[in-house]
Design a protein around this ligand. Sequence first.
Ligand SMILES: C[S@@+](CC[C@H](N)C(=O)[O-])C[C@H]1O[C@@H](n2cnc3c(N)ncnc32)[C@H](O)[C@@H]1O
Length: 268
Amino acid sequence: MSGAAESSRECEPGRVTLIGAGPGDPDLITVLGLKRLRTADVVLHDRLAAPELLAEAREDAEIVDVGKRPGDDVQARQRRIEKLMIERALTGAHVVRLKGGDPAVFGRGGEEIEACAAAGVACEVVPGVSSFTAAAAAASIPLTHRGVSLGFAVVSARNAEGGEPDWAALDGADTVVVLMASRRLERIGQGLIAGGRESSTPVAIVERASTPEEKIVSATLESLAVGELSGDIKPPCVVIVGEIAAASRRTCPRSRRGRRRTQSAARS
Ligand SMILES: C[S@@+](CC[C@H](N)C(=O)[O-])C[C@H]1O[C@@H](n2cnc3c(N)ncnc32)[C@H](O)[C@@H]1O
């Protein structure tokens, strides 16, 4: 069946599909995500969505970049996205909301699900490969590993109000993974050391995981805390903290996405 023939606008009530686009490599969207994207009438996408994925949409689909712009009021932008999504769905359209990584991991996917529920619009969530698993895979770090990492916590370095995690409360997790971290490296190092971790704890920082610009930096909590890396790390990046992060230094480089590796900040 052609994409146009599958279009839902004429025969079904409108609906929304939140799709995880994955971390950057267009191959990392799920098969279901791709199927839904190909039948969309409207695609609302984030800045991080790969252009190759947008090319998968129907030629007559309406494609709208709703990504963050410098100086944006984040709350106001989010409300505008939800309004547009609901307005289009209420015309009978199948609206795809294409979001980076997994839509429900620090992506405000929950607010979009709530907006659909409030408007009586059907909403399906298609999970995606989150940047935290993609970053761990890029650095060959198993987030759980028998005898080394029995569990992990995933946090954002800052919340919408500008606050930060309770670093001491994370002491129970063998491995801590931090998103939205590039401008808070010092605070992550200082907070986790103050929260009870050894300053020599290994750290791996993965920039632009799964893309041709992927870069992996090995460090320690101390080198983060003293600002040794500030200025060297660009967003988007994921910080992996714990003994298991040393696994990154032991493995052979993998070439598929041409990753770069720097070791300079490891003081352990
Ligand atoms: C608003 S959050 C969205 C997270 C997304 N929903 C996910 O599941 O990955 C944005 C953060 O995700 C991380 N991120 C997204 N893509 C990344 C990538 N390709 N490499 C490293 N970090 C990435 C960065 O920490 C960035 O600040």
